[in-house]
Each structure stands twice: as structure tokens, then as C-alpha cells.
Ligand binder design. Structure first.
Ligand code: FAD
Ligand code: EPU
Length: 341
């Protein structure tokens, strides 16, 4: 257990804040002991810190999940059930599965963070979300000390959503996640620039490794590496709006980037809205909007979390007044601010 501990190396925005108490756990007994040491303190579970923005010191207990282990539970000619500890690195786990030729996670290559955080917001990229390959997870119930199992339905996955961000927020600590992968892949190459990337390399019959490498190349071409430039990926969700709200926007901007979600709704590309509003590359002191991907806010060095939060409020207000669309933050703001726009 450490005290007054700097969290700067533990969040990909690189914000220099301190935790009142900090410890790591690698099994449930350690977790229980640490929780019992400071039962009254506000609690934060930390994985890779790649989806959070700290706006001030954390006046409580930060516990870093370092539960390791990858276990093959079952397999037949078609399917594989594989369990990973919540503290495993996500991308390393994806690469492990690709090396065994187990398909399903390849489109989710190079997403930073831990396995345990992946169900929190149902991580997604390039046409796949973890709900597509999710089997079950086990989680520690903080109040009772019991471990509970959740199947896919119980997790209530949605676009960047799960029950752990809503009805069960702050009630559970995810210990491990089990995925159902396949030995007979259905390759998903239609999203974004994957096909283009494969064609450029002359690949017409791709393996899952080829897809993983294509996704990695696309991501590296536009997303900043947190080692070079602090960020937490997309700062906002892509807004899902009704066709009625969409009609006047499309009339005014015929090139508006969008995807049809249902016969009643479309999803707009928030990066397009921010770029169209003239904010791509916009800078406010030590933070700004990334020059290659307008959905990503960056810390050029020494930024305070509050400055980045204020920048995000400015973006929300600008998009609201120009397009009549309200952007919702995707990154977790810590501590939770109930009253921010
Ligand atoms: P953290 O940031 O540590 O935690 C996130 C939230 O989950 C916090 O509320 C935390 O308290 C909670 N939490 C973490 N672990 C546990 C646990 N074991 N039990 C209970 N609660 C827990 N996301 C995508 O979906 N798609 C992308 O393509 C994508 N690209 C990204 C690119 C970059 C460059 C970066 C920096 C981020 C990107 N992200 C993306 C966001 C991020 O990688 C994911 O949200 C990831 O799952 C966060 O994992 P983490 O371990 O870092 O979580
Ligand atoms: N666009 C612009 N300008 C920009 C950025 C995007 O016009 O500066 C437009 C383009 O038309 C582009 C479209 O937006 O075709 C979509 O852009 P991109 O493919 O880069 O994806 P995104 O919608 O911005 C989402 C996820 C990413 C995920 C990618 C790939 C959200 C909030 N973000 O971004 O996830 O990696 O798709 O699937 O859904 C994250 O969650 O942190 C994250 C990076």
C-alpha cells in the first residue's frame, strides 16, 4: 500500500494527480485485504488507465487490477472457450489468441488497456464489439464479498455501454472474462479501410493475422500512441440521432458522415462534426484536438485534467450550436462530476 502516490504513469493522458492510497492486487484474497484496510474510502479500480481523465487528486483508494492468467476451458472442432484474468493486457491477449489461430478478436487489435475493462464499455473497433465474442465474466461484489457470474444478456451490452456503467456502477470488480472464439473464422473486412489496406499489400485471401496487421496499420496511421502523446482514444461517443434530427443536418451538409443504425436512427461520426466545426487541430495551451483524428483530445504535456475537461465542454457547446446535436463523453471523468455539461 502506497500513499500520496502519483498516478501519472498509470493513465494514458499522463495527468499528474495523486492517489491518497494506492495498491495492486493479483488475486481475490489480496483484493479483500486491501478493501478491508480502508473500508470507508472512495474506491477506484484501475486497469491500464486508458479510458479515464483525472481532473483532480483522487481522495481515496485506487486499486490496480493485476490478476493474470490465460486458461483454455474447452474446445471442440469449431469453438474455443478461453478465460483471461482481468489484469492481462488486452492487445497481448488478442495476439495470444491469433497465435493459436483462434478467431474473433483480430479486429480489436491494438486497443490499449486490460481484459477486465473490456466489458465495461463493450469495447469495439472495425465492425466488432466484445459482445460478439463474449461468453461470461466473474466479478467481485464489493458489498457482499461474493463472486458472481454474468452471462452476455446480464451484462446488457450496448454501444460503449454495459450494466457496469449503469445500474451496477461501482458495485463490482471484474476478475476474469471468458470469450467464445472460433477455429473457423468469419472474417470481417468490410469496415473502414481494412479491405483497402489488404489490397495495397496484395492480400486476397487474408488470415486473421493479416486482418490484425491491417487494423494495427490503420490505427497507427491516425491514433496517437499514448507513449508519445497523452490521450484516451475517442473522447466522445458517436451520437445516435433520430431521422427527424438528421434530415435538416443532411439537407445542409449533404456529405455528412453517417451510418444507418435502424429504420428510425442514424449514427453520426463525431470526428466529422468536430472537423466540420473547424476544431480539428484546435489547441488551447497544453491540450488540444488531435490533428489526424478530431475525436481524440490530446495532452501536449503538462496539461491538467480540468483543462481537457473544459476543452471538451467547449467542443460540446460548439457542436450543439452548429448542428443541434449533443455529444456525450466516452472517457470516464474522475472523480465523477454530476453537474458538468
Ligand atoms: P481503465 O481506463 O483503467 O478503466 C476504465 C473504466 O473501467 C474505469 O471506470 C475503471 O474504474 C473501470 N475498470 C477497469 N478495470 C475494471 C475491473 N477489472 N473491474 C471493474 N471496473 C474496472 N476503446 C474502444 O472501445 N475502441 C477503441 O478502438 C479504442 N481505441 C483506443 C485508442 C487509444 C489510443 C486509447 C488511449 C484508448 C482507446 N480506447 C478504445 C479506450 C480504452 O482502450 C478502452 O476503454 C479500454 O477497455 C480501457 O481499458 P483500461 O484497462 O485502460 O481501463
Ligand atoms: N472523421 C472525420 N474527421 C476526423 C475523424 C473522423 O471526418 O477527424 C469521419 C470520417 O468520415 C471517417 C468517420 O469519421 O470515415 C469515422 O472515423 P474513424 O473510422 O476514424 O472512426 P471513429 O468513428 O472516429 C470509432 C470508434 C473508435 C474505433 C474506430 C474504428 C467511437 C467513439 N470511436 O471512431 O474507438 O477505433 O471507430 O472502429 O465509437 C475509442 O473508443 O476510443 C476508439 C478509438
Amino acid at each position: 500500500m502506497q500513499h500520496n502516490f502519483s498516478l501519472q504513469p498509470f493513465n494514458t493522458f499522463g495527468i499528474d494527480v495523486k492517489a491518497k492510497h494506492f495498491a495492486r492486487f493479483s488475486n481475490t484474497i489480496e483484493l479483500q485485504n486491501q478493501l478491508n484496510t480502508f473500508p470507508q474510502e472512495e474506491l477506484l479500480i484501475l486497469g491500464g488507465g486508458s479510458n479515464m481523465l483525472f481532473t483532480q487528486d483522487f481522495n481515496g483508494l485506487v486499486l490496480r487490477n493485476e490478476i493474470k492468467g490465460i486458461e483454455l476451458l474447452e474446445q471442440n472442432d469449431d469453438q474455443v472457450l478461453i478465460k483471461a484474468g482481468a489484469g492481462e493486457n488486452w492487445h497481448a491477449f488478442v495476439q495470444h489468441c491469433i497465435a493459436q489461430n483462434w478467431a474473433g478478436l483480430e479486429n480489436l487489435s491494438l486497443i490499449p488497456g486490460s481484459v477486465g475493462a473490456s466489458p465495461m464499455q463493450n469495447i469495439g473497433a472495425y465492425g466488432v464489439e466484445i459482445k460478439d465474442v463474449f461468453h461470461e465474466l466473474s466479478a467481485y461484489h464489493i458489498d457482499s464479498g461474493e463472486t458472481h457470474t454474468f452471462n452476455k444478456e446480464q451484462c446488457q451490452f450496448g454501444y460503449r455501454e454495459s450494466v457496469f456503467k449503469r445500474a451496477l456502477k461501482n458495485q463490482y470488480i471484474i476478475l476474469d472474462v471468458t470469450f467464445a472464439l472460433t477455429k473457423n473464422p468469419e472474417l470481417r473486412t468490410s469496415y473502414g479501410a481494412i479491405q483497402q489496406e489488404l489490397s495495397a499489400k496484395g492480400i486476397s485471401n487474408p488470415s486473421i493475422r493479416d486482418i490484425s496487421e491491417a487494423v494495427i496499420a490503420i490505427r497507427q496511421s491516425k491514433l496517437p500512441d499514448p507513449k508519445d502523446l497523452g490521450n484516451a482514444g475517442s473522447f466522445f461517443k458517436n451520437p445516435v440521432i433520430s431521422l427527424e434530427t438528421f434530415a435538416p443536418i443532411q439537407a445542409k451538409y449533404p456529405d455528412v458522415s453517417h451510418y444507418v443504425v435502424s429504420d428510425k436512427e442514424v449514427k453520426l461520426a463525431a470526428g466529422w462534426l468536430i472537423e466540420k466545426a473547424g476544431l480539428k487541430g484546435y489547441r488551447e495551451g497544453t491540450c488540444g484536438v488531435h490533428t489526424k483524428q478530431a475525436l481524440v483530445l490530446v495532452n501536449y504535456g503538462g496539461s491538467h485534467g480540468q483543462q481537457i475537461l473544459d476543452l471538451s465542454t467547449h467542443i460540446i457547446q460548439t457542436i450543439q450550436s452548429q448542428f443541434g446535436v449533443t455529444l456525450e463523453r466516452e472517457v470516464n471523468i474522475i472523480p465523477t462530476h454530476e453537474s458538468i455539461l
